[in-house]
Design a protein around this ligand. Structure first.
Ligand SMILES: Nc1nc2c(c(=O)[nH]1)N[C@H]1C(S)=C(S)[C@@H](COP(=O)(O)O)O[C@H]1N2
Ligand SMILES: [Mo]
Length: 408
């Protein structure tokens, strides 16, 4: 979403300094899963009975919190210190049942319909591969990542920090495809992508189809991707072909894409018209409210999460700037009273990628509230609190995202 659309900012709620305690009070199974991320890892992992569904059986079970058969997030301590998230640790979010394996049997034969160009028509992946190729690293993050921290009980998967990862996508820039098909038709304002799921019987296409519109300014970075982390794009993550809009929230990255249209208006399907709209708590979604498009600046600590031995400790985390490159990352060991500049770790894979960071801290025994705050190159910084909104979207407040560390 636009960084300027969240005007009201709730203060960080006193007494919620330790989100782990709050999650326990909520008492639900998903709250327990969120606790896992906040420090009680072995217990929560042992108690979580769900196994991985078949389509995700290749994933690293211990790296994931299984919220449901359609929603799995990466454990906070499994995010690691790398610039790219290993595919078998990346979160999953499906609105509909995954299409059959058959759609990735002959990948190059997959057809995507291109509309809203001067010469519309179908094009296969085999043909797309001859039009151009680029590899772009970008953060894939669900709009509701951080939803578990909202005190009003925002509906939807109770994601903590792990509905996010950084992926190297390989594919053809959408602008090369549009150019090859004669350029945009007159009046094109949006890029509208349609998912390739067959709808279960009885579902109304207007209610259930995954179809998302993003503004034409995203044409600069949009990619039709067939590869992920140097491998053919897994079916689980949208193979054989996915629309990737670097810097935009997850939902805009339409999996198994079967149609891309340059359109005058946004699609009127539910997932665009009323879902993924930012509005006050208690208000219904509607097309006049801001849509979840560009991601905001955000960071969180990934290690250590609970305890550390006294002396030198390396504090790790990740930071992202959405569509804007990062400028700096700061870490506080006392809940935001004093800040120290941390250091980005590893190669810079461009403005859409996240950057791991590290701070070397010399810690004496005691309790520390460790929080991180990223600032992008435009000067946007993470707020302290959260902007309450009905569905718990776009949370980037630094206070809620901190961890309490006991050093002995
Ligand atoms: N076709 C299709 N595309 C989709 C979805 C979906 O259910 N179907 N889910 C969206 C949402 S809400 C998110 S957060 C991301 C999740 O991508 P992943 O499952 O590869 O992690 O895909 C997006 N694209
Ligand atoms: Mo999402």
């Amino acid at each position: 979403m636009h960084k300027d659309i969240m005007p009201r900012q709730a203060p960080a709620t006193p007494g919620l300094e330790n989100p782990g305690r709050r999650q326990i009070l909520l008492g639900s199974a998903s709250a327990m899963a969120a606790v896992t991320l906040l420090g009680f890892t072995p217990l929560a992992r042992a108690e979580e009975p769900k196994s991985l569904p078949d389509y995700a059986a290749w994933k690293e079970r211990n790296a994931l919190i299984v919220h449901s058969a359609n929603t799995m997030e990466t454990q906070r301590d499994a995010i690691g210190q790398g610039v790219i998230t290993p595919s078998d640790r990346l979160f999953i979010r499906n609105n509909l049942p995954t299409p059959p394996e058959a759609i990735v049997e002959d990948r190059d034969a997959w057809e995507v319909q291109i509309e809203g160009v001067k010469n519309p028509g179908p094009i296969t992946i085999g043909e797309l591969k001859k039009l151009g190729v680029e590899t772009v690293a970008s953060v894939l993050q669900c709009s509701g990542n951080g939803r578990a921290f909202f005190p009003h009980g925002a509906g939807g998967t109770q994601w903590s920090v792990g509905a996010a990862g950084c992926v190297a996508w390989t594919g053809v820039p959408l602008k090369d495809v549009v150019e090859a098909m004669g350029g945009p038709a007159d009046g094109a304002e949006y890029i509208t992508s349609t998912g390739g799921e067959e709808l279960p019987e009885g579902l109304d296409p207007k209610q259930a189809t995954v179809e998302r519109s993003v503004p034409m300014r995203a044409m600069d970075q949009a990619l039709l991707a067939w590869g992920m982390n140097d491998e053919p794009l897994p079916l689980t993550h949208g193979g054989p072909l996915r629309m990737v809009i670097p810097g935009y929230y997850g939902v805009n990255n339409v999996k198994y894409v079967q149609k891309v249209a340059l359109t005058e208006a946004q699609t009127d399907v539910k997932i665009q018209a009323s879902s993924y709209r930012v509005r006050d708590v208690g208000v219904k979604g509607s097309p006049d409210q801001p849509s979840m498009w560009e991601m905001n600046v955000k960071s969180w600590v990934t290690s250590p999460l609970e305890t550390a031995g006294k002396g030198r400790t390396m504090i790790y985390g990740v930071a992202l700037g959405g569509t804007v490159a990062l400028d700096k990352i700061e870490v506080s060991l006392d809940g935001g009273e004093n800040w120290q500049q941390a250091r980005f770790l590893g190669p810079d894979l461009g403005p859409f990628a996240w950057r791991p960071f590290v701070l070397a801290a010399d810690l004496s025994p005691g309790e520390y509230r460790v929080v991180s705050k990223a600032t992008d190159a435009d000067g946007n910084s993470q707020p302290e609190g959260r902007t309450d909104n009905e569905r718990g979207y776009g949370h980037n407040g630094w206070s809620d995202h901190g961890v309490t560390l006991v050093v002995s």
